[in-house]
Design a protein around this ligand. Structure first.
Ligand code: G1P
Length: 296
């Protein structure tokens, strides 16, 4: 089983930085954002490989995930063995690439990885967000197992005035992952009866938005092949999933979005750096010292 990370975007929110550095390689502390997502994508049992859907304009991502023996040898010759080990570990992650050179939307990006999926269920992890503890997809796989291998998406509550930014689900709660979660509390499991991409507030069927973690039936790939453009003129993954509902069951797991870190805008990326620095005992003191304060 494999995971897909769409990464072909231009990263316009981070210009001018992203003129020459793909946004996926911007670091959070000393690790590129996409490495956190790759490590998260490999966490569920049975996931053996991550397929990054890249554009040919961003070869730096491939370079990062390719072993460079000369570079590692140079580091070791300078007594930087621990750094060489980190570089090698990242480059050795089981990552392959598919390409989307024409940005036609998330559904199209996912379809670009179809041949690599071997007709099996697959995860999709959007790369502007990562979960340091890596348990969100693991929990989704658990919900899927409890429902006969059905597709499962992660969702979370969003204020009514923000529904038009996201994919929104319709459905009802059918259980809880553990304990007794209320309908919009983390751990609640919903049976999905509808999905709509970027609805107007008065048309949103609930306040639960798709946070960007999907475990999907291989049938979605076939549906994407005939999926026409939807919201924003783009081929939407949400629209193909809506069509899947005519044929197969789908479930949603309510998660706490703060379980993960947002890196989608400069402000969110900066906050994520601060959050991880404060959580890391080896960084916390230096972070406060650099900030010139002992609180934040
Ligand atoms: C995409 C999905 C949307 C989802 C969102 C999460 O939208 O199409 O359903 O809610 O990611 O970030 P985008 O952010 O690409 O517009």
């Amino acid at each position: 089983m494999k995971s897909i990370i769409p990464a072909a975007g231009l990263g316009t929110r981070f210009l001018p930085a992203t003129k020459s550095t793909p946004k996926e390689l911007l670091p959070v502390l000393n690790k590129p954002v996409i490495q956190y997502v790759v490590e998260e994508a490999l966490e569920p049992e049975g996931v053996s490989e991550v397929v990054i859907v890249n554009s040919h304009e961003k070869p730096q991502i491939e370079s990062y995930f390719t072993v460079d023996q000369d570079f590692e040898d140079m580091l070791r010759a300078r007594g930087k063995g621990a750094d060489a080990d980190k570089v090698h570990a990242a480059a050795s992650l089981p990552v392959t690439f598919a390409y989307q050179d024409d940005p036609k939307g998330l559904g199209h990006a996912v379809l670009c990885a179809k041949d690599a999926m071997d007709g099996e269920p697959f995860f999709v992890l959007l790369g502007d967000y990562f979960v340091p503890e890596r348990q969100m997809c693991v929990n989704m796989a658990k919900v899927s197992r409890e429902h006969g291998g059905a597709s499962v998406i992660a969702v979370a509550p969003v204020p009514a005035d923000q529904v038009s930014r996201y994919g929104i689900i319709a459905g009802q709660q059918v259980g809880s992952l553990a304990g007794e979660a209320g309908p919009e509390e983390p751990g609640a499991v919903w049976k999905v009866t509808g999905l709509v991409e970027k609805p107007a507030p008065e048309e949103a069927p609930s306040h639960l938005f798709i946070v960007g973690r999907y475990l999907l039936s291989p049938r979605v790939m076939e549906l994407l092949e005939t999926q026409g453009p939807g919201a924003g003129g783009e081929i939407q993954l949400t629209d193909a999933m809506q069509r899947l509902l005519d044929e197969q069951e789908m479930y949603a797991l309510v998660v706490d979005p703060m379980e993960g870190c947002d890196t989608g805008t400069p402000a969110a990326w900066a906050a994520t750096n601060a959050r991880l620095a404060l959580q890391d005992p080896s960084q916390r003191a230096a972070f406060y010292e650099a900030l010139g304060t002992d609180t934040i």
